[in-house]
Design a binder for this molecule. Sequence first.
Ligand code: ZN
Length: 264
Amino acid sequence: MRLVRLIAAAFAFAPVAAQAADVEPRLTIVAPDPSVRTVALTLDACSGATDHRVLDMLVAEAIPATVFVTHRWIRSNPAGLATLKAHPELFEIENHGENHVPAVTDVSQVFGLKTAGSLEAVRAEVAGGAAAVEAATGERPRWYRDATARYSPDAVAEIKAQGFAIAGYSLNADMGASLMAPTVARRVAAAKSGDVIIAHINQPGRAAGEGLAAGIRALKTAGARFMLLKDVETRLDDGPETTIAVRKAAPALPSAAPKKARTS
Ligand SMILES: [Zn+2]
């Protein structure tokens, strides 16, 4: 009994990240070409500004990336959005939510961010972000990544039910743009084939972006191939026992086409 109380006390003082039920799904590329190191670079534009050290380098080096934008970021970064849209061959624009709210219903805060708190709020956050992306790009997003990339299980089910694939990751390059440049560069350059890399493109004032640009360049120099999420088959491990394969997305079709053809 005393042991039980001790364990209970330990959990009471654990950070919210220790909430056992919440998941931080791992996403990888299924069966990448064995002859080439193949990665998917995914960049979050949470709110704030545009990191041109990263964006301009991607354009100059013709390196593709899937960019997750919030409605908030879209509103305050018209030039950054225009650059993304000017290079559809390089950039896939996906949904990072309306207001950068974690899709978590069972705790009130994650990493200092107030969570959605209810499925109704999750629905509004996802739908608001999707509508903003569609209005900005003319294309309905296929992927959703919430703020913090952490979800409560009911939110995972809800987001999938809305028809979105959940954009986990397998390599956290910058830990919320909090790491120093050499560390970020080293982590990115060490990517393994099949990795889905997560980093940030909205923090021009932080050192992490400089390291991100350097790491991506190093990967390219080393012969890595960069893929967009829409162009690969991926696998999502969204809990200790659940594994879900997301089928390779079909090429974009006119919006008049049946929805099934776009997602199967
Ligand atoms: Zn974010």
